[in-house]
Design a protein around this ligand. Structure first.
Ligand SMILES: [Zn+2]
Length: 95
């Protein structure tokens, strides 16, 4: 049982560093969804697993979210550039 209590104080994602940020705390409403979008892992307050994550993991989650938002924005931009009225233009490079 003691081992479980020890694990509960760890970061939910890496299980290495101490958990310091509550996954379900106020101000972190987007965090469970961000974790899911980054890792594919669903976290829930009633799953009885560690409820906090460490600063390193939250940094990775934030960077991954920024990349995701940027990639989607750029994908939309590319599609706009190469589509006219929903029809794909030839974007092949010719010499
Ligand atoms: Zn961590």
């Amino acid at each position: 049982m003691e081992a479980f209590i020890f694990l509960f104080a760890k970061c939910r994602l890496c299980l290495e560093r101490p958990g310091v940020i509550n996954l379900f705390g106020s101000g972190n409403e987007d965090l469970p969804e961000d974790v899911y979008l980054c890792t594919g892992l669903r976290v829930h307050p009633s799953d009885n697993f560690p409820q906090k994550i460490c600063n390193e993991c939250i940094g990775i989650i934030h960077e991954a979210k920024k990349l995701r938002v940027r990639a989607f924005k750029n994908d939309t931009h590319l599609r706009t550039l190469f589509m006219v009225d929903g029809v794909k233009k030839d974007n092949s490079v010719s010499n």
